[in-house]
Ligand binder design. Structure first.
Ligand SMILES: [Zn+2]
Length: 365
């Protein structure tokens, strides 16, 4: 039996304490795999003076040397032959190079099992035919962005009647299709089917603002949903309070707060985090979230800002066990939504300068 099966097949997402032992064992098995199959990674761990015997218990996980997501912008570090991989994806980089991350079929399988449980937990599976508005790119052979694949996969959670994309591929390039989106949403609002809006929160925000400024107010089918993910980082010029945003969605589209779902994921850390009713991303059993001090890389106390980092034993194609993003976030365990596990929240308040400083400090190390 694959060492990941137990952890990634469990239906209960947040049943933390009873899974700590299994999580640790799975991490060690995943580390052993990469140490055996990846010379670069083996040398890296060695040069950092780390060995799996340093992991006596769950609190030691932060000791696994991190790989910053920035590393993947100019390097790959495969633990398998690249041609044996099933998906090669790129992160949606805002400038410069984007990361290339590849996955083998088994890692994809376990990742989808975990995502399935997260979607099931949010009741996103439905047999009712649905019209989709995708506030992102239309899939095309030349586009390998992870966000495109995940948006498309999201349209399989309920059978699609139609899919309208905000960015369509025409004559060899992408074109903005805002008029098409507005026409479609008006048409869908007269049909007896739910509508799902999928995409980056910044795009969804811009669409509802555009509809509002055109005096358009719709009452979409009551089973309609907003499914957003990908974060706000590329929209750092937009400052909006989440409650205000949800209120705007209700006003313009008639979609209630309970039907708005926000996800967090990254190509370098393909675990789906779903926001609870308070907008917090709770840690599921498949990963550990660590907020690190950018200088020392040690975990910071709950409530303090640092660099958002993750541990997961999901992937074998690349050593994505301990990665550090350039998102600034904090963690806490005082959410009153009923989920007991700790949560993280990405700080929107830190300006671009703050992010740069934090990242530069970590890169210097
Ligand atoms: Zn919560």
């Amino acid at each position: 039996m694959d060492y990941r099966k137990k952890l990634f097949s469990n239906f209960k997402l947040y049943d933390m304490d009873s899974w700590d032992k299994i999580f640790l064992e799975t991490v060690i098995a995943n580390l052993d795999y990469h140490i055996e199959n990846n010379e670069t990674y083996r040398n890296y761990l060695q040069s950092e003076g780390f060995s799996t015997s340093d992991l006596a218990n769950i609190d030691d996980l932060y000791k696994i040397p991190v790989i910053p997501t920035l590393y993947f912008k100019s390097n790959t570090m495969y633990s398998m032959e690249r041609e044996d991989l099933k998906w090669i994806l790129n992160s949606s980089g805002t400038s410069g190079n984007s990361s290339e991350v590849g996955f083998d079929s088994k890692s994809i399988y376990y990742g989808l099992r975990a995502a399935y449980n997260a979607f099931r937990d949010k009741k996103l599976f439905s047999p009712i035919p649905t019209n989709y508005l995708i506030l992102g790119y239309e899939p095309h052979g030349s586009n390998t962005m992870g966000a495109v694949k995940s948006a498309y996969n999201t349209t399989k959670l309920a059978p699609a009647i139609s899919r309208t994309y905000a960015l369509i591929f025409k004559d060899g390039k992408y074109e903005i299709n805002i008029d098409g989106i507005i026409k479609s949403i008006e048409k869908y609002s007269t049909q007896p089917f739910p509508v799902r809006l999928v995409g980056f929160p910044g795009y969804i925000y811009m669409l509802v603002k555009e509809l509002k400024s055109n005096g358009i107010k719709l009452k979409l089918n009551s089973r309609s949903k907003v499914i957003m993910g990908g974060g706000w980082k590329q929209f750092s010029n937009i400052e909006i309070d989440k409650d205000e945003f949800y209120q705007l969605i209700y006003e313009v589209l008639g979609i209630e707060k309970d039907n708005i779902n926000e996800f967090f994921s990254a190509v370098e850390h393909p675990i789906a985090y779903t926001a609870c009713k308070n907008g917090n991303f709770h840690q599921p059993i498949h990963s550990k979230v660590i907020i690190r001090n950018p200088k020392t890389l040690e975990p910071v106390e709950y409530g303090n800002l640092g660099l958002l980092s993750f541990i997961t034993p999901l992937v074998e194609s690349m050593p994505l066990i301990s990665i550090m993003t350039d998102d600034i976030a904090y963690m806490n365990d005082n959410c009153d939504c009923g989920i007991k596990s700790p949560y993280f929240k990405i700080s929107n308040r830190v300006g671009i300068d703050g992010i740069k400083t934090c990242v530069e400090q970590s890169v210097e190390l």
